[in-house]
Design a protein. Structure first.
Length: 283
């Protein structure tokens, strides 16, 4: 019986040691997983922050180009209105206007398109990062829409075509040296200028809408980021406390069984040490 008891106690100690080892591995694993999850989340947030910076910079450049271009278009409209039908008398003015549109307005429109290319790429990266971050708990979020930016590129292409048509019309008027401009031609020129200005306004509205959407997205994700990192650390801490309690209880179990194993067994009384109940007492 004594051997069986010792075997059972050694088995209990071995099981307790296994539980302690598993708990220590679990504590390390909890913090390792928390660290990796935090790294993944921070990487996604970093991509989003970089995308927001690219979008802000691109939209800022486009805003400046639009403001200057609208001023140029307004001056062109005023010049056309002032000239009216007197093309021959104002041929130098028409030539200067055409040259100004060719050297100033057309290149600015091209630079708008160039400035928006990295913005579109950044929005694509932000959409991928948002999809990654949305897979984390409490981080469900919709990716920024690219439709407004695609529409902006369409408007820029239309504006570029209108500018080309306006320059061609002015160049034709200067080359023909007519004595006058028909009211229909003046109306067509004014219509082209008005369409260019309208397209500029639409482009400006769209890019500002894109910047507002992505700025709002960053604000929402910043609030959730701190909350998510707190949850990761809290889960790791709770796991550590729980597994630490398991380690403590198993240490108590080991000490209990080890004490019982080392305790000497009680000696049974022999027949020589017993007092016979039938012995005759001495007198």
């Amino acid at each position: 019986m004594r051997i069986l008891e010792k075997t059972a106690r050694f088995a209990a100690i071995a099981a307790a040691v296994l539980f302690i080892g598993a708990s220590l591995v679990g504590i390390f694993g909890a913090w390792f997983v928390s660290r990796k999850a935090s790294d993944v989340a921070l990487k996604g947030f970093g991509v989003i922050e970089m995308g927001v910076g690219v979008v802000d910079a691109g939209v800022g450049r486009v805003d400046e180009l639009i403001a200057t271009s609208r001023t140029e278009v307004k001056q062109a409209a005023e010049t056309i209105t002032t000239i009216g039908g007197q093309a021959a008398a104002n041929s130098p003015v028409l030539s200067a206007l055409n040259e100004r549109l060719e050297t100033n307005l057309a290149p600015r429109i091209a630079r708008m398109q160039q400035a928006l290319v990295p913005v579109r790429d950044a929005l694509g990266n932000v959409s991928n990062a948002v999809s990654l971050v949305s897979s984390l708990p409490m981080m469900a979020e919709h990716a920024p829409r690219l439709a407004a930016l695609d529409e902006t590129f369409n408007r820029i292409e239309e504006m570029s075509a209108n500018t080309t048509q306006l320059r061609s019309t002015l160049r034709a008027l200067v080359g023909e040296q007519k004595s006058g401009i028909t009211p229909e031609t003046v109306a067509a020129l004014k219509g082209l200028v008005q369409r260019i200005d309208t397209r500029l306004g639409e482009v400006q509205t769209n890019v500002q809408s894109v910047r507002a959407d992505i700025d709002a997205l960053q604000v929402r994700l910043d609030k959730r980021k701190s909350r998510l990192l707190f949850v990761f650390n809290l889960v790791a801490l709770m796991s550590t406390l729980m597994l630490g309690w398991i380690v403590y209880t198993q240490v108590v179990v080991i000490r209990h069984h080890w004490t019982r194993i080392r305790r000497p067994a009680a000696r049974p009384l022999t027949d020589g040490g017993r007092v016979s109940s039938t012995a005759t007492p001495r007198t």
